[in-house]
Design a binder for this molecule. Sequence first.
Ligand code: GLC
Ligand code: CA
Length: 535
Amino acid sequence: MNSSPWWKEATIYQIYPRSFFDSNGDGEGDLPGVTSKLDYVKSLGVDAIWLSPFYTSPNKDGGYDVANPRDVDPRFGNLEDARELITQAHKRDLRVIADIVPNHFSDQHEWFQAALKSKRGSKERERFHFYDANEDGTPPNNWISLFGGPSWTQVEDGQFYLHLFDSSQPDLNWENPEVNADFEKTLRFWIDLGVDGFRIDVAHGLIKEDVLTNHPDPQGLSNALRLDVAMDSEERNALLLTVPYFDRQGVHEIYRKWRKLFDSYTGREIMAVAEAWVHPPVNATRYVRADELHQVFNFDLLTAEFDSDVLFDVVERSISLNATVNALPTWALSNHDSPRVASRIGDEQARALALFVFGLPGSTYVFAGQELGLPDGQLQDSDRQDPTFFRTNGAIKGRDGARVPLPWSGDTTPFGFSTAKPWLPISQGWKDLTIENELADPKSSLHLYKNALELRKEFLVGAGGITWLESSQHGHKSDSLLSYSRGSITVVMNLSDSAAECDAAGKLIIVSGGTVDARDGKKVIPARSTAWFLT
Ligand code: GLC
Ligand code: CA
C-alpha cells in the first residue's frame, strides 16, 4: 500500500461547470451535468476533479465574482446537487477540489451592498478598500485592472473602491479580521459538505501594500499579468518584479492559519493548491512550505514555447525549486484563463508535451477538453462574455475561446452538450473531436491520455526524481531531443520537424503520434512526438 497522501502525485481534472454538460436544456452546464458524466471522468484515469466556481454569482466573471460563497447558483443547481456530486465522485474514488475566491467578492455580496449604503470610515466599508479621491478628483492611484481600465470605481459619495479585476469584483481588505473569519467559515462549510481540497484563486493577492502609490507602467504591468497577452519574456519578467499588490509577505500568515484548519480535520487529508503566479519563481516555493499549502500552480508551461532549452529550464527549475521546501511540482498545459495548448503550440506538439509531462514527478492538471485535443473555439465578437473584452473595448479578446462547451456526441453542433443553444457556440468543425468519436478511434488524443495516465499510475507515481538523458544544456548533442529516465521508464521527446534517432533502451510502451522505428540498434522518434520505453 502506498501511504503517500492522495494529492502528492495526483492527476487532477479541471471542470469548468458551465461548459461541461447541460442536464436541463438551458444551454449551460450544471452540477447534475457533471455528476451524470463522472463515469467518463473516472475512465480517464484521473484521481480528482477541481470544479471552477459554482456559487451564487451574477456571473460577470464566469462565477469568480461570488455573491454568496456558501450556496450554489441556480444556474448550476442547488446545495443538494453539490452534495450529490461529491457523494457520487467519492463512490468512484474521485476526490473533489472546490475553488475558493478570497481576493474579492461580487458587488452583489451582502457585505458590499451594506458598504454602499454606509458612510465613509464605517465598519461596513472597512471590509473593502475604500479611499477618498485625490484632490483633483482622480482615483487614489493609477493602477490598471487586470481586465483593463482603472482599478478603481467611484461610489455616490465620491469615495473609490479598489478592484484588481472587474468593477463588479471589489477587493477584500484582509487586514480586517472579519474577512478571514468569514473565509474560514466558508472553508469549513465545504469541507463539512465533503470536499477534499481547495484551489485558491489569486492566492498571492490578498494583502496589498502601498495602496496609495502610483506604478510607473500600470498598463504594461496589467498586460504582463495576463496569461492571454503575449509578451517578450524578459519584458514580462522585469515588469512582474514590480507588482505592488501581489505576493506580499502577509499572505503567508493567512495560509499558515488555513493549514491548521485543514489539518484539524484528522483523517481527511484536506489539500489546497495556490493560484500564485509570482516572480521570481523561487517565491512560489514559499506557498508550499511545510506549514502552508500543499501545492502551488506552475504557470510556466501555459506560456512556454515548444523549444527544448525552454522546456528543459522550466522542468529543471520547477523540480529543483520545489525540492528546497520538500514539495513536488505541479504541471498544467491549459486552464480556463489561457489559450488551449493545441491552439497555442500545435496539435501534435500538444500531445507530445502532454506525454512528456505525464512522466514527471508531481501532480498534473488537465483542463477538461484538453484530453480531446480541443483547440480554442472560434468566436465572433458578439459571442464574447469575458469582462476583459469589454473593459479593453475589444482590444484583448479574452478567455472565452478556452471555455467553449465540450462536444460529447453526434454529428451536429452542439454535439450532445445541450438540447438548447449553448452559451458559447460550438463549431461544426469539432465534429471529429467529440468524445464519442474519439472513444471509437484508438489513435485519438483521448486514447493517448487514457493510456498515458494508466501507464503513469502503473510505473511512475512514487518513482522519485528524473535523470536527464538528452538536453542541449548539459553537454548532449541534440537540440531536438529532450529525454529523461525515471524509475523503469525512459521518456524521449523529439521537438523537431524531422524524425530523430536516440539510444533509448527498452520496449516502446506508448508514443504520442506516428510510429517509432528501430535502426542500427537505435530508436527513431517521429517528428513532434514523445515516446516512453520500459526497461
Ligand atoms: C483567477 C481566475 C480567473 C478570474 C480571476 C479573478 O485568475 O482563474 O478566471 O478571472 O482569478 O477572480
Ligand atoms: Ca443547465
